[in-house]
Design a protein around this ligand. Structure first.
Ligand code: NAD
Length: 348
């Protein structure tokens, strides 16, 4: 575990087991040099505690990079609550989690992530002020979708062989949850052609009906012929096997930690697939959570989210100059912001 902490430059890792509610939770604080660590609370099943720790740590690191590239005065952190087996009292569980967050005295601010909802944030808010995305503040997913949509537009614009607008461009969306569905809505409005998949059939049916989308199976979505593949389900979708089967020009989606293998970025680069780094593309939710937490207006938040596509365009220009994989250039930019130029890194 200490190896993981060192390798990821993680600040600290916190554990809580609350016997009465059954809470088993982990909070990973990656970096607080630019402000308190902000990151969602993931509530899903894990096979092992080690799997939950790895998830929290990797996600926390991505939050630091995301906040840095988004220009926020915010550090990176993430929490996971391991979904209990059998019956449990959801309110008691999230109240206990709220007390856990409160013990950290504001070094970590929690928010929504996979498996958590604004109602859960309301429950947490009964125990701590260090929470955002409550019902009163709102759901970050539509803001995340706005950032993904802007990123897809920037990617398509950067591909000379694709049309200038999204009209007629084929986008394959994997995962039709909070973000994926809102993204499909924006793409449909822009007259893009949609191919969709989700493990939940009702979400697929809803999307096909509302946006005239074509459905394929979850096993096939990354293999379909399309211009843009948009992973909006869980992470780890891009590995050396799946990348070989992609038939797209662009990968741009909201899922966190899309790379399963460390050299996935290089593999995409070698296949001449334009990759939009996940932690840049999906920063809309973080921008929303961070700025709404300090009372910023919707207009200001939306404008900041439009900046994601602009940052992406800057990255593409650097890539054209250096010929390096975009994922590498983005990591360097974020690390320069976080750690300075001491390692001879490129200035952001
Ligand atoms: P969500 O839980 O609402 O939706 C995820 C969807 O993916 C679900 O509908 C689920 O059924 C589907 N799914 C899971 N495995 C799948 C598979 N193998 N094939 C196809 N579909 C599958 O989550 P969300 O809030 O929409 O977030 C989606 C992704 O974006 C996550 O990785 C999340 O961490 C990331 N993200 C979300 C936000 C946000 O604002 N919600 C912000 C940043 C990043």
């Amino acid at each position: 575990m200490f190896r993981t902490i060192t390798d990821t430059r993680l600040n600290d890792l916190h554990f809580k087991h609350d016997e009465s509610s059954g809470l088993k939770a982990i909070i990973a604080i990656h970096d607080t040099s630019r402000g308190p660590a902000l990151g969602g609370c993931r509530f899903i099943s894990y096979q092992t505690t080690d799997e939950a720790i790895q998830d929290a740590v990797r996600l926390a690191k991505a939050m630091s990079y995301k906040a840095a590239l988004a220009g926020l005065d915010q550090g990176g952190g993430k929490s996971v609550v391991m979904a209990p087996d059998g019956d449990f009292d959801r309110e008691a569980l999230f109240r206990a989690f709220g007390r856990f967050v409160n013990e950290l005295g504001g070094r970590y601010i929690t928010a929504m992530d996979c498996g958590t909802f604004t109602d859960d944030m309301d429950t947490i808010a009964t125990e701590t002020a260090h929470v955002t995305c409550t019902t009163a503040m709102g759901d970050p997913a539509p803001y995340t979708a706005q950032g993904v949509f802007g990123s897809i537009k920037a990617c398509v614009a950067a591909c000379k062989d694709l049309p200038d607008s999204l009209e007629g461009v084929t986008v394959a969306v994997q995962g039709l949850g909070h973000v994926g569905y809102a993204l499909c809505q924006l793409l449909h409005q822009a007259k893009a052609r949609l191919i969709v998949a989700d493990i939940a059939q009702d979400k697929v049916d809803q999307c096909c009906k509302a946006f005239n989308a074509e459905a394929v199976s979850p096993e096939d979505i990354h293999k379909v012929n399309c211009d843009v593949f948009s992973p909006c389900g869980l992470g780890g979708i891009l590995n050396n096997k799946t990348i070989q089967t992609l038939k797209c020009r662009v990968v741009a989606g909201s899922a966190n930690n899309q790379f399963a293998d460390p050299d996935s970025g290089l593999s995409l680069h070698r296949q001449a697939i334009l990759y939009a780094p996940d932690y840049l593309v999906n920063a809309g939710g973080l921008i929303f959570a961070s700025l709404r937490h300090v009372g910023e207006s919707d207009k200001v938040i939306r404008k900041r989210i439009d900046g994601i596509g602009e940052t992406l365009t800057r990255l593409f220009k650097r890539q054209a100059q250096s010929g390096e994989p975009i994922s590498l250039i983005a990591d360097r930019m974020a690390e320069t912001i976080l750690y300075g130029n001491d390692q001879g890194r490129m200035t952001a």
